[in-house]
Design a protein. Structure first.
Length: 301
């Protein structure tokens, strides 16, 4: 699997190539810069063994109300009158959040053996989005375009001490790094009326690969820095609504509302122990939901 740093480098090259180095002076470009608040949640659970038993839910983690500033830079490059290439780079810095970690000895969340309420008020999210679009219909007032491309989401989430340290004299600083990558396809519909322009975009993300690496730093029986990994297949969708005001021909302020949900099916959890042994169990599934309210400016070049 391609590493996040490699994907980031490729994306920046494409973005700069499209914005700074156009090969055709008649080509049309737009660059958008926008920022706002993002909030999301993520949860997963594993069973006691690879068959999903003993018990069916052994451990469950839930990250809640992860909030922070989201910043996006996107470009739109007209390959021809109807074909477009779109890119977007999104970064979110997490500054507020909580996480719960519960363990059970019985099926269906019975016989709770551990219940931890922890902080998760740092971390970050990086999203890479690149797609090709075709303006199937455009009469100057209404347009409709299908699109297909790549979508990837890379996160670093934390488990941190709450008001009372988990272990006196030791600092809880555990990390989980979930990654989602897949092929996206969808449609965008836009409508112009007067000095305003509305656009609705719906993308389905499929052939989605989910993976995660974690370091549980206070678990002395676990290996460090790699304590366990997750892998699974999944799917999801993203929907967004953009309202733009045409104050001038080249500068267009806008507000954007965005919601996405990602879900994996059952997969595999591999636990790496300090003594070198590896234990496998069933990953029951992963759920991730996110919403954003963003304000920005679109510049036509």
């Amino acid at each position: 699997m391609v590493e996040m740093k490699e994907l980031y480098t490729i994306f920046i090259f494409i973005l700069l190539h499209n914005v700074v180095l156009p090969q055709n002076l008649d080509s049309k470009f737009t660059i958008s810069m926008y920022s706002g608040i993002n909030q999301e949640s993520l949860n997963w659970s594993i069973s006691g063994d690879i068959n999903g038993m003993n018990p069916n839910i052994l451990s469950e983690l839930k990250w809640k109300n992860l909030r922070g500033l989201e910043t996006v830079v996107s470009t739109q490059f007209y390959l021809s009158k109807r074909f477009l290439f779109n890119t977007a780079l999104t970064h979110q810095k997490i500054t507020v959040g909580k996480v719960t970690d519960n363990d059970y000895a019985g099926d269906n969340r019975t016989f709770n053996t551990s219940e931890l309420d922890l902080k998760s008020d740092k971390g970050h999210t990086l999203i890479l989005d690149a797609n090709f679009a075709y303006k199937l219909f455009n009469d100057g007032r209404f347009h409709f375009q299908p699109q297909i491309g790549y979508w990837g989401k890379f996160q670093t989430l934390y488990l941190l001490d709450g008001d009372v340290p988990l272990i006196s004299g030791k600092l809880l600083n555990s990390t989980s790094r979930p990654n989602w990558q897949g092929i996206q396809y969808g449609v965008t519909a836009g409508l112009s009326y007067g000095s305003f322009f509305s656009e609705l975009e719906f993308n389905t993300i499929y052939i989605l690969n989910y993976s995660a690496k974690a370091n549980w730093n206070l678990q002395t029986t676990f290996n460090h820095p790699l304590s366990f990994v997750h892998s699974a297949k999944g799917n999801g969708f993203q929907i967004s609504f953009v309202q733009t005001a045409s104050l001038s021909a080249n500068f267009l302020p806008f507000v954007k509302f965005k919601f996405s949900t990602l879900k994996s099916g059952s997969g595999k959890d591999m636990l790496f122990l300090e003594n070198g042994e590896i234990e496998s169990s069933k990953l029951n599934g992963v759920d991730n939901q996110s919403w954003s309210i963003l304000f920005g400016l679109k510049i036509k070049i």
